[in-house]
Design a protein around this ligand. Structure first.
Ligand code: SAH
Length: 469
């Protein structure tokens, strides 16, 4: 983004338009919507400009801009339709400290004027950095169609009521109040009873909201998926967007957090393996504290909240504090990793079950029913398995696993920096090390990426055929 959109206060500021041309008329139609003091310089003025001058909407000076004319101007427009003259104007304008726009000349301008949808005080500004004016016009037409002509009136009355609404607690309650006004009550009252009835309607809404604001908060324990925001459920997305407070694990992707409201409080409660960590009790206390204050909390956990996510401890703490909660399931990282390597986790004739296993538990590297993992075709997804790789390898070989058992690591599944490494049980720890896999990763025991599997199957089919012959 080369041009940053801002809204500039032009009340009582000077705006100068040079050239009393047809081009200037088009710009003036926009500029005259503001409260700026507008001066037009130029000989042989267009009749519309003369008319505006006659109505005192602008000052018309029938000569070219001279040095010092742009003193204290906020903006200077060059609209003379003469490139040499416009360049002279740009220099004079900048010498006086004004921002300069040469109409239809992006390169020599300090700013550009967007296409505007005007529902004052609501203004939609549309810019394409000069790349596609046709597109800007289309977006403007869409907005003109979609934004009711009453929006300006609703917003103006709403604006005059803001200080009254500030008696409501910030966050969800206040937002709900304004949503009811803009989405439902406001447009209805305006259509049925006209503008005068709006303030009365706002007072009634405010009373309602004050009574409701004592309602308790609640928590949504949300599966934030493996990282790609498109892998969030619609419900997770909505809950995240509505939350007053977002409490998230370290592994929740920044692109997912961007879906939170701008005014939401966002708190990371990361647990780094072997590093600085939040204690589970403190996380529980944090949720209880915010929810007790009436907040709606989105507690985001990577993947699915019920998969190695200490969900029960959080549910117990919320129950103990009498705080309502719900669980929004998510796509666990093993599912996303399997999709990335294009394999199914179960397959007729290969495996009737699949194990989701943690490489770690409270005591360190976790023990399992290793023998079940050594059966040909056995399939397992190891979470938190990278640092436990040598341990897993040792245990499996000790229990009779084939050293050639395929193992695939998928690091950062579904994220832009996803990495896939396919190896064997025998080579596992060394391959992870040389490939620089540090996690978060899923280790699949018994699975290779689809391409590799296809190749192996073709080979084994050929061998079988040869043996049969
Ligand atoms: N609840 C999560 C798991 C949390 S435990 C889930 O359902 O996925 C943390 C472990 O999850 C990590 O050590 C890693 O093994 C795995 N993990 C989380 N995000 C991952 C990702 N994007 N790619 C691969 N593994 C991931």
């Amino acid at each position: 983004m080369r041009h940053f959109p801002i809204f500039c206060d032009l009340r009582a500021r000077r705006v100068i338009v040079c050239g009393a041309t047809e081009t200037a008329v088009a710009k003036l139609r926009l500029i005259l919507k503001t409260e700026a003091r507008v001066t037009v310089f130029g000989d042989d003025p267009h009749e519309q400009i003369v008319r505006w001058a006659g109505e005192d909407q602008l000052t018309l000076i029938q000569r070219p801009l001279e040095r010092g004319d742009a003193l204290c101007a906020a903006l200077v427009y060059g609209a003379t339709e003469d490139p040499v003259e416009d360049a002279r104007i740009a220099e004079l304008g900048r010498a006086c400290g004004a921002l300069v726009n040469i109409v239809d000349n992006l390169e020599d301008s300090d700013f550009i004027t967007p296409a505007i949808v005007d529902r004052d005080p609501v203004t939609v500004a549309i810019g394409t950095e000069g790349a596609a004016p046709v597109l800007a016009r289309r977006i403007k037409a869409m907005n003109e169609e979609n934004l009711s002509g009453d929006l300006g009136t609703l917003a103006r009355i709403g604006q005059s009521f803001r200080h009254r609404a500030e008696t409501l607690p910030m966050g969800r309650v206040r937002r709900a109040f304004w949503s009811r006004y803009y989405d439902d009550v406001g447009p209805r009252v305006l259509a049925e009873h006209g503008e005068v009835a709006l303030v009365g309607a706002l007072e009634t809404l405010l009373d309602d909201a004050v009574n409701k604001s004592s309602e308790p908060g609640r928590v949504a324990l949300i599966g934030a998926g493996p990282g790609d925001p498109e892998l969030l459920t619609l419900k997770a997305r909505r809950m995240l967007h509505e939350a007053d407070v977002v409490i998230h694990d370290r592994l929740v992707a920044p692109s997912v957090l961007e879906l939170a409201r701008r005014e939401a409080i966002v708190i990371e409660v990361g647990k780094t393996p072997n590093g600085e960590s939040w204690k589970q009790d403190d996380i529980n206390a944090l949720m209880v504290e915010h929810a007790s204050g009436g907040a709606h909390i989105a507690r985001l956990k990577s993947g699915d909240p019920g998969m190695f996510g200490r969900l029960d401890e959080e549910m117990d703490a919320l129950d103990a504090a009498g705080i309502a909660f719900e669980i929004i399931p998510g796509i666990t990282s093993a599912m996303a990793a399997a999709a990335s390597i294009k394999v199914s986790l179960t397959r007729r004739g290969r495996n009737k079950s699949v194990q989701f296993i943690t490489g770690h538990d409270v005591k360190g590297f976790a023990e399992h029913d290793w023998r079940s993992l050594t059966i040909p075709g056995a399939t397992a997804a190891f979470y938190m398995g990278v640092r436990a790789a040598r341990f897993v390898q040792g245990r499996m070989l000790m229990h009779g696993a084939d050293p050639d058992t395929p193992v695939t690591a998928v690091e950062n599944a579904s994220r832009p920096d996803q990495k896939i490494v396919s190896t064997t049980l025998e080579a596992l720890p060394d391959t992870l090390k040389s490939a620089g896999i540090t996690g978060p990763a899923i280790l699949f025991i018994g699975l290779s990426p689809r391409e590799a599997m296809d190749a192996a199957e073709t080979l084994s089919a050929q061998t079988n055929l040869q043996e049969a012959l």
